[in-house]
Design a protein around this ligand. Structure first.
Ligand SMILES: Cc1ncc(COP(=O)(O)O)c(C=O)c1O
Length: 384
């Protein structure tokens, strides 16, 4: 049975990247590696639209999230975080672990945070070091208004820290123009790589705070040590890096720049729009009122057990999506459209959902979802 990996991470790795990573291993303290590293770092700055440093860390995305909290907040200091889903919740868990006083902005799952609530938290906690928020919380497939949040902290002694793990390479989020202070990503999402590499972009304002915060309790994730090693001229990492993943990232970033950033974002926007149209035609309500461009969550019909549905798709049909978490367990399906995706992947998504609904005895009109998606997807091609 052919397997289709259509979950919001890990995502499929393009053949070109697999081939590049399959080359014989090289040593990381060599001019050969440093040349690749320097080029990759520069391309990361291009993707982020920043002049600031972008570091590469050998960890999954959560490692970079923890590194950011530890570097910016000393025990006993205060941070604000947006909790509108599983990943928002994680900021609070990290803070708790490190004795950082965390102020939660609780958001009902499926909604974006209201700017007035962020403003109120900033007003109530003028000494907060930073606002930590997801650009896109994958658990609810929701995008938060990060540009507006950054505008609130821009002139304060407070930072905006973005988990862009399912946003970098999906939506345009120009770091310098928007005043984003820290932007985090992970390899297994739109960066189209196997898991294990995280990136963290850090503004000058954030470095100034890191330098004066006695917060970094981590030896391995000491961002100041990484900055010394990763800077231009040194072009390596403090510890042994994920060599193959960095080489793969080099290829991925070339692919993105060859496509063109505007085209990259337009493609993701179109695929998301088509997916939403497909679910709408199937009568499957979206989970989010501010749906993400990276992945779409939809409620399965009440007569269908969502857990069994996702398992059936994976084990009987060879199509891997994701289900719901916590309160949404068994109620939703989450399908991805980030990274190595194009129009016919959305057709596959819709077709698989329709067949599975049919097999679960739901009276689905075959082709309704695919057709609605196709009507949107056709826009991707010029009139002949
Ligand atoms: C928005 C978001 N944040 C954080 C994470 C956690 O990243 P990782 O699993 O790479 O540690 C994920 C992973 O799914 C995510 O989607």
């Amino acid at each position: 049975m052919k397997q289709y990996l259509l979950s919001p991470g890990p995502t499929a790795v393009p053949e070109r990247v697999l081939l590049r990573m399959a080359a014989p291993m090289i040593h990381h303290r060599t001019p050969q590696f440093s040349a690749i590293f320097a080029e990759t770092r520069t391309m990361l700055q291009t993707i982020h639209k920043t002049q600031s440093d972008v570091l590469m860390l050998s960890s999954s995305g959560s490692g970079a999230m923890e590194a950011a909290v530890m570097a910016l907040c000393a025990p006993g200091e205060t941070m604000i975080f947006v909790n509108g889903g599983k990943f928002g919740e994680r900021w609070g868990d990290i803070a708790k672990k490190h004795g950082v006083n965390s102020v939660e902005i609780k958001v009902a799952w499926g909604n974006a945070v209201a700017i007035k609530d962020v403003q109120a938290a900033l007003d109530a906690h003028p000494h907060a070091k930073a606002v930590f928020v997801q650009a896109s919380d994958t658990s609810t497939t929701t995008e938060h208004p990060i540009k507006e949040i950054a505008a609130l902290t821009k002139n304060l002694d407070c930072l905006t820290v973005i988990d862009a793990i399912t946003a970098l390479g999906v939506i345009d989020m120009p770091m310098d123009a928007w005043g984003l202070d820290v932007v985090i990503s992970g390899s297994q999402k739109a960066l189209m790589l196997p898991p294990g590499l995280a990136t963290i972009a850090i503004s000058e304002k954030a470095w100034a705070m890191i330098e004066t915060t006695d917060g970094c309790s981590s030896f391995y994730f000491d961002l100041l040590t990484e900055r010394k090693n990763q800077k231009a001229g040194k072009d390596t990492t403090a510890w042994t890096p994920a060599v193959s993943l960095i080489i793969g990232l080099n290829e991925v970033l070339k692919m993105m720049l060859e496509e063109g950033l505007d085209e990259l974002y337009a493609r993701h926007t179109l695929l998301a729009k088509a997916t939403r149209a497909g679910f709408d035609a199937l009568g499957m309500r979206l989970v989010s009122t501010a749906p993400a461009t990276s992945a779409t969550g939809a409620f399965v019909p009440e007569s269908v057990d969502g857990g069994a549905f996702v398992k059936y798709l994976r084990d009987t049909m060879g199509v891997t999506f994701a289900g719901g978490q916590d309160d949404l367990t068994g109620k939703i399906i989450r399908v991805a459209h980030l990274g190595y995706y194009d129009v016919f992947d959305v057709c596959t998504i819709m077709s698989a959902v329709e067949i599975a609904l049919n097999r679960f005895g739901y009276p689905v009109k075959m082709g309704a979802g695919v057709g609605a998606a196709q009507a949107v997807l056709a826009e991707r091609f010029p009139k002949a």
